[in-house]
Design a protein around this ligand. Structure first.
Ligand code: ZN
Length: 360
């Protein structure tokens, strides 16, 4: 799959206007009307439309920047937004890029009604992921309530618009006949009205159903990242579903914290261990590692273990683990410890005390 930015010939930092301008140019050039029976032009035309549909949508663009194509590709059973794009969708976009006027009017005069409501609405859910899940990936089941058409609901054709979903008004003016089309006020564009409402359903014949769906956790995912599962939201009476937005939230960990792709851990060791240096075993987010403490290390210093941090989203590399070393000052001592430390105190008490500037 080609990079969306490359397809439109724009850079990653491009603003909405640049993207719109680039797409408009390509759409004009490869439009099927201008290139009849040209498969290559059609392919380029579709590619550009797909790229534009993602990059022109702030949330989809952000997702694409984070996850790449995988953001829209078969995650958790959702359908890819751009894979399912047909010519109708593409032409629907034109209203937006050509300022409400479609220059290719003739091409699609065949019965499209873009004023029909698209879906029953989006659903947003939040899922908590542990550090282990962020490292290893995996699947999580979530329960959600979606609006669906209730069993037994029946409809009849809307009598106001005859099932078309739109009403057309013709007025005569000195310029000639003017036709204006708008969404049918009776059926809100659905072309049908409810006849029988099953018990438990709302006035539109819709019912809330609890469902369990599986979400694939992307390795390396971070607080605030989200994915969109197409057509997994609320359905409308024509069974057109909105999208499902899944937001990821990190679970707090007992010891570790996260800074970008790095893992932070504080370790407390004994005075003698920092004086002489040592080798200690420490936990990592998915196992443990051996850490060499150099002799003379000062409390508060940070040691880095390369490649033991979080996996980077969509990449094979990983961040690092940063270990801050502190000295553990015991509050109670054994008999032996007391004797030895006391002995050492006798030497240390006569040493000069160092004065330094206060450290932040
Ligand atoms: Zn109607």
């Amino acid at each position: 799959m080609k990079d969306f930015y490359d397809i439109l010939g724009v850079s990653k930092g491009s603003n909405d206007n640049d993207i719109k301008r680039a797409y408009r140019k390509i759409a004009m050039k490869y439009h099927p009307d201008k290139n009849p029976d040209n498969k290559d032009a059609e392919k380029k035309f579709k590619e550009a439309a797909e790229a534009y549909s993602i990059l022109s949508d702030a949330s989809k663009r952000q997702q694409y920047d984070q996850f790449g194509h995988s953001a829209f590709n078969g995650m958790g059973g959702g359908q890819a937004g751009f894979n399912s794009m047909n010519m109708d969708d593409i032409f629907n976009q034109f209203g937006d890029i050509f300022g409400g006027k479609n220059p290719f009017e003739s091409f699609f005069s065949g019965g499209r009604s873009s004023s029909k409501p698209r879906s029953g609405g989006d659903v947003k859910v939040k899922i908590e992921v542990s550090y282990a899940e962020i490292v290893n990936g995996g699947e999580k089941k979530i329960k959600l309530k979606r609006l669906k058409l209730a069993d037994g609901a029946t409809f009849s054709n809307c009598t106001v618009c005859n099932g078309v979903g739109q009403v057309t008004r013709v007025t005569n003016s000195f310029l000639g006949q003017m036709r204006s089309t708008s969404v049918c006020p009776q059926c809100k564009g659905y072309g049908k009205t409810i006849e029988k409402i099953p018990s438990g359903a709302d006035k539109n014949g819709m019912i809330k159903k609890e469902e369990t769906i599986k979400i694939k956790i992307p390795v390396g995912v971070e607080n605030g990242n989200y994915m969109t599962l197409d057509s997994q939201g609320h359905e409308d009476i024509n069974s057109n579903a909105g999208d499902l937005y899944v937001f990821f939230e990190e679970e707090e960990h007992e010891h570790f914290s996260r800074y970008g792709n790095d893992v932070l851990l504080q370790v407390k060791i004994g005075y003698s261990q920092v004086v002489f240096g040592d080798k200690i075993d420490i936990p990592t987010i998915n196992g443990h590692a051996s850490l060499k403490i150099p002799s003379g290390l000062q409390p508060g210093q940070i040691l880095r273990i390369k490649g033991k941090g979080f996996p980077k989203l969509g990449k094979t590399s990983r961040g690092d683990q940063l270990v801050k070393i502190q000295v553990d000052v015991p509050k109670s001592l054994s008999k032996d410890e007391k004797r030895i430390i006391k002995e050492y105190y006798e030497i240390e008490k006569d040493k000069d005390i160092k004065f330094e500037k206060f450290e932040d």
